[in-house]
Design a protein around this ligand. Structure first.
Ligand code: ATP
Ligand code: MG
Ligand code: MG
Length: 553
């Protein structure tokens, strides 16, 4: 892998280390909410957080930010763990859940209440929201704001005991209703939710808000650099306010924000991805068209390609849009170096070699990967009846078409020179077969008399080839920014041609027992990997990417 680039966060950490902060410790965390599957944007955050731990000899926690029981599930927890590991990172014994801190958070809330820094508000949500004011107009204080600590303590305990209805009471931090920062205007820190939590069950009927759980979790875990996306920049004063109330020593976590990843032609919000799954626009979270890690894996992406992509795009402070072709480039680059080459014909046209004996067959030697000699060679069977790609023949070729045509000679890769002598058609004029002759002296792909041909075609032996289903995937959306249109739903931009199924392709027998996720380059066609739907002898392949960027203008 190429050397990792330094980014502005690395520089800030180096500065902190220089100043001797936190006794030279570097500790990060990746804090997903288990309310969906991880996507390529999360991969950027994973690579960044775990990458920092690697670079500075520090640690990175995996922490589930599970404070909203109505949206979170164990299925998501499991998938997130699998995806982080698959990407190549290891949290070792540092697996945490914000829900582990529910007791501590409750105690901390009690402390704030006792110190007169939090109060119970029993106004309705709309009133509270109106009182907050606007960014240009200060808010005004709730009539509940001056309750005594004793009153608040009693009310908060009743909230926790389930004595009030959902929405009837909240606990708020008492900060500053006139602050220019809306998040500092007495933010809600606890709400009543009579919901079963995926880990704590029915123990709680009050749950902490994100802002009240996140920084404290960082603090209790000893995190030194809490890296999050730019929209949390405005939350930073509140993050710091809570830490101020907790801090007991010189140790202090520091929040640093970076620009989230946005990709062209891609939706990157769990809520919208869930909508695609629920409404059946895709076949589940791991549909190879999804930008989820599990979808990319099934599509044929490798962990290396995603890590390289993540490094290549860098880390900045300005929101922008990355061209999805850069992601496609990264997987092409990695698979070019690593993928086993095979020949596969997606749109078969039969070729009969008229001067090749009926009952003869032979094996020809083929290179497994021209980029990696250590991958060796394999044998490819050849016989009288072959398939070539329909698009590699034209009966009446234009001037720049150099592939097969009547009377023309081309090379069959690793095999022989062949010349097309006759075109056989059915009653509708469809070409059903080509009749060719071969030059036995050109075995291996070169003619001893030095005569040249202008094209080399891939092919398979009809009787040896494995029949396979091939799924051609393309971008899920046909608009660069599907969620960026004000009055148009993103689903209006679904690409109707994002999946084309070819039920009858012929691939050389090498792939007969390909295992799910095994990668191949089908020579001249693209990169493919075996799908989970493969059965022994009946492989199904997903196209990861074509050999070249077909969207490039
Ligand atoms: P979504 O809106 O897609 O649900 P989220 O931010 O709510 O995303 P979390 O599970 O809270 O999802 O994210 C976990 C971590 O991943 C957070 O630190 C978050 O900042 C980061 N993250 C999420 N989306 C992106 C993205 N597009 N680019 C970079 N980091 C991201
Ligand atoms: Mg979040
Ligand atoms: Mg979210």
């Amino acid at each position: 892998e190429p050397a990792k680039k330094s980014n502005f966060i690395h520089l800030q950490i180096e500065e902190d280390l220089k100043q001797g902060k936190n006794n030279g410790r570097v500790h990060t965390r990746f804090p997903p909410e288990p309310n969906g599957y991880l996507h390529i944007g999360h991969a950027k955050s994973i690579c960044l957080n775990f990458g920092i731990a690697e670079k500075f000899g520090g640690k990175c926690n995996l922490r589930f930010d599970d404070t909203n029981p109505t949206k979170e599930e164990m299925e998501y927890v499991d998938s997130i763990k699998e995806d982080v590991r698959w990407l190549g990172f290891d949290w070792e014994d540092r697996l945490f859940f914000a829900s582990d801190y529910f007791d501590k958070l409750y105690d901390f809330a009690i402390q704030l209440v006792k110190e007169g820094k939090a109060y119970v508000d029993d106004q309705d949500a709309e009133t509270i929201s109106t009182q907050k004011g606007t960014p240009t107009r200060p808010g005004y204080e709730s009539p509940c704001r001056n309750r005594t600590p004793e009153e608040n303590l009693e009310l908060f305990k009743k909230m926790a005991a389930g004595e009030f209805d959902e929405g009837s009471h909240v606990l708020r931090a008492k900060i500053d209703m006139a602050s220019p920062n809306m998040h500092m205007r007495d933010p809600i820190i606890y709400r009543i939710m009579k919901a079963k939590h995926h880990r704590t069950g029915d123990k709680w009927c009050i749950y902490p808000m994100y802002d009240f759980a996140h920084g404290q979790s960082d603090y209790w875990e000893g995190v030194t650099h809490s890296i999050c996306t730019l929209e949390f920049e405005v939350h930073r004063p509140l993050y710091n306010w809570f830490i101020d109330q907790l801090q007991e020593s010189d140790y202090r976590p520091r929040q640093i924000e970076f620009a989230r990843l946005n990709l062209t032609y891609t939706i990157m919000s769990k809520r919208r991805l869930l909508e695609l799954v629920k409404e059946g626009h895709v076949n589940g979270w791991d549909d190879p068209r999804m930008p989820t890690i599990t979808g990319l894996r099934r599509r044929g992406y490798t962990p290396e390609s995603i890590r390289n992509f993540s490094d290549r795009i860098g880390v900045t402070k300005v929101d922008g849009m990355i061209d999805v072709s850069l992601l496609e480039y990264s997987v092409r680059e990695h698979l070019n170096k690593t993928a086993q080459r095979v020949m596969g014909v997606l749109d078969p046209l039969k070729v009969v070699i008229t001067n090749y004996p009926e009952d003869q067959e032979e094996e020809l030697e083929a290179v497994n990967n021209p980029e990696d000699e250590s991958m060796g060679t394999r044998k490819v069977p050849f016989s009288k009846e072959l398939f070539i790609e329909r698009a590699d023949f034209m009966e009446d070729p234009p001037r720049k078409f150099f592939r097969l045509a009547p009377g023309r000679e081309v090379r069959l890769r690793y095999a022989y020179f062949v010349t097309c002598n006759e075109v056989v058609k059915d009653e509708n004029g469809e070409i059903t077969e080509l009749r060719c002759t071969y030059d036995p002296a050109s075995r291996g792909g070169n003619s001893p008399d030095g005569r040249k041909v202008k094209a080399t075609l891939h092919w398979v032996s009809a009787k040896h080839a494995v029949k396979a289903e091939v799924r051609l995937y393309d971008r899920l959306f046909n608009d660069e920014d599907p969620s960026g249109h004000k009055d148009v739903d993103f689903k209006e931009f679904l690409n109707p041609e994002s999946l084309r199924i070819l039920p009858e392709c012929y691939i050389e027998p090498f792939v007969k027992d390909a295992q799910p996720l095994e990668h191949f380059q089908f020579e001249r066609v693209g990169y493919f990997n075996a799908d989970y739907d493969s059965t022994p002898g009946n492989p199904v392949f997903n196209r990861t990417v074509p050999l070249r960027d077909s969207w490039a203008k």
